[in-house]
Ligand binder design. Structure first.
Ligand SMILES: Nc1ncnc2c1ncn2[C@@H]1O[C@H](COP(=O)(O)OP(=O)(O)OP(=O)(O)O)[C@@H](O)[C@H]1O
Length: 268
């Protein structure tokens, strides 16, 4: 079970300094256990900031985030954050990377390796257990990161543009792979992306944030059956709706950036 509740979350960076910047403003939403939620919004609207706070790496300036009813105060192994660049330790083999967190939990070596091997098999990397990260493709490395999260017993998987660095075909394969894993494990996934197609393909629900400071603009359920056909009329209808929702927010974000650059030039 993995439920997240964000209650009136705001985040200001550099509080009390001349560089104070309000990244998120009064964000409230819930993610049900086993739900696949995708967060989209213009660049700089605070998507990564929000994920870092749910992970427990950053604290909100105000508001509370609850995981299964308990306030989040620090990172924990039952919430795993996966980034755009795979975060494997280059000096460890794949199986040691996946088993690494279990050492910290005090599990003995045999059990650690059995568990890690099981999850490597789950993500299709059974035969790569003794390879090192540099011997794997980007997609395989991301699969290993997912195996590590599952191995550590995460019930919430937080993903910050995890497939953005992959080529189009690998990205599509990884999206299908992630849905298979999600359907098989019933984990809760909170996934950040810039790609509207990725959001429509994956999500049970899409949360759209406004231009900075990020606020919840809309929360849209996607009831299309899976696997979703990216060239169907229904997919196109969702795609068009999200483009329409985002258009004005992206324009605002660009206008703000241009203004900031203009002021910066004048000051200099
Ligand atoms: N550690 C930090 N210190 C100060 N400001 C930060 C920090 N992290 C992010 N910010 C600022 O907070 C705002 C939101 O950043 P964030 O990276 O969360 O946005 P984002 O929506 O994920 O952006 P993108 O889509 O471009 O990755 C930005 O203006 C950014 O410059």
């Amino acid at each position: 079970m993995g439920e997240i509740v964000c209650q009136h979350i705001s985040k200001a960076w550099g509080m009390g300094t001349a560089d104070e910047l309000l990244a998120l403003d009064n964000i409230s939403f819930s993610v049900n256990s086993g739900e696949f939620v995708v967060i989209i919004g213009p660049s700089g609207c605070g998507k990564s900031t929000l994920l870092s706070m749910i992970a427990g790496l950053e604290k909100p300036t105000s508001g509370t985030i609850l995981h299964n009813g308990e306030p989040i105060k620090a990172p924990q192994s039952d919430r795993s954050l996966i980034f755009q660049q795979p975060s494997l330790l280059p000096w460890l083999s794949l199986i040691d990377n996946v088993a690494f967190g279990l050492t910290l939990k005090g599990m003995n070596k045999k059990e650690r390796y059995q568990r890690a091997q099981h999850f490597l098999s789950e993500v299709g990397l059974r035969n790569f257990a003794n390879k090192y990260p540099h011997q794997l493709s980007g997609g395989m490395q991301q699969r290993a990161c997912i195996a590590r999260a599952l191995c550590l017993g995460a019930d919430i998987i937080l993903m910050d543009e995890p497939f953005a660095a992959l080529d189009v075909q690998t990205r599509y394969n990884m999206q299908k792979f992630l849905l298979d894993i999600w359907e098989g494990t019933n984990k809760t996934v909170i996934f950040v992306t810039h790609h509207i197609d990725e959001a429509v393909f994956l999500a049970d629900r899409v949360i759209i944030l406004t231009a900075r400071p990020g606020r919840v603009l809309e929360s849209v359920k996607i009831n299309m059956p899976r696997p979703r056909d990216v060239i169907s009329a229904e997919f196109e209808r969702h795609r068009a709706m999200f483009i329409e929702h985002l258009r004005s927010e992206v324009t605002k974000a660009f206008a703000e950036q241009e203004l900031a650059e203009m002021l910066d030039t004048r000051i200099k």
